[in-house]
Design a protein around this ligand. Structure first.
Ligand SMILES: *[C@@H]1O[C@H](CO)[C@@H](O)[C@H](O)[C@H]1NC(C)=O
Ligand SMILES: *[C@@H]1O[C@H](CO)[C@@H](O)[C@H](O)[C@H]1NC(C)=O
Ligand SMILES: *[C@@H]1O[C@H](CO)[C@@H](O)[C@H](O)[C@H]1NC(C)=O
Ligand SMILES: *[C@@H]1O[C@H](CO)[C@@H](O)[C@H](O)[C@H]1NC(C)=O
Length: 209
């Protein structure tokens, strides 16, 4: 178990750095996206990566899960990034909910009592979450949208009002190999190897419990 106290200090520091949440516009995370996009879909879902330049084995895409993310600035921080199941090999957070633009991975039985909370995703950063003890009143960043896509069976995950700037890249920081989802992948970010990145869209696949 990580040192919770210093970790929570880090978490609150980053939360207080976010803009005032109380004045958020309704649906701001979907601004500029197609009609029918929503920041609060009525269903829960899994995520799957669909190649936009390489070939795909099927129309759903490769399953995505939560795996270890960047090491973070504090050894106490537990940062998890959206990762491919093919690289991470296990799925402790079996599905997601999206509520008012906040994306919540839902803990499976082995993660009972924990919560995963999203935070701002800068250009070049991994799409990641803080994993900590369950909080009754978390303040995640409201930056995600289920972007309607008339050409596809599935809505697409948008980050920062953008569903078209995501890539999968081989992480360099994890203790073992992982392939992580990155927003506006950039050769300056050393948490992954930019030369391995390829562009994807992320399908939102309704989950039947
Ligand atoms: C989605 O998941 C949450 C958390 O497990 C649950 O409370 C809710 O009932 C689920 N919603 C649907 C539509 O299944
Ligand atoms: C997308 O391309 C990568 C790299 O070739 C491959 O590993 C992955 O399986 C492909 N995704 C799908 C859904 O086929
Ligand atoms: C689609 O292809 C991916 C990548 O090859 C594979 O991991 C996944 O299980 C496939 N999904 C379905 C629904 O067949
Ligand atoms: C990478 O960093 C350099 C130096 O800070 C900067 O000039 C360059 O624009 C950055 N590259 C990208 C792609 O952001």
């Amino acid at each position: 178990m990580f040192a919770l106290v210093s970790f929570l200090a880090l978490f609150s520091a980053s939360v207080s750095a976010m803009p005032a949440l109380s004045v958020r516009q309704n649906g701001a995370s979907c601004t500029g996206l197609a009609d029918g996009s929503t920041d609060s879909p009525a269903y829960n879902f899994t995520l799957a990566a669909y190649n936009t330049t390489l070939s795909n084995t099927n129309s759903t895409g490769a399953p995505l899960v939560l795996g270890w993310g960047p090491a973070g600035t504090s050894p106490a921080a537990s940062e998890w990034a959206i990762s491919t199941y093919a690289a991470w090999h296990s799925n402790e957070w079996p599905y997601f909910t999206l509520s008012n633009g906040a994306l919540f991975p839902i803990p499976g039985p082995d993660e009972n009592g924990l919560g995963a909370y999203d935070f701002t995703v800068a250009s070049g950063a991994e799409v990641a979450f803080y994993v900590t003890e369950h909080e009754s009143d978390p303040e995640p960043a409201l930056i995600y949208c289920a972007s309607a896509d008339a050409d596809s069976e599935y809505a697409k995950l948008a980050v920062n009002n953008d569903a078209d700037s995501l890539s999968l890249c081989q992480a360099t920081t994890a203790a073992w190999p992982n392939t992580v989802l990155v927003y506006e992948a950039n050769s300056n970010n050393t948490n992954y190897d930019y030369s391995t990145c390829y562009p994807v869209q992320v399908n939102i696949v309704p989950y039947e419990a």
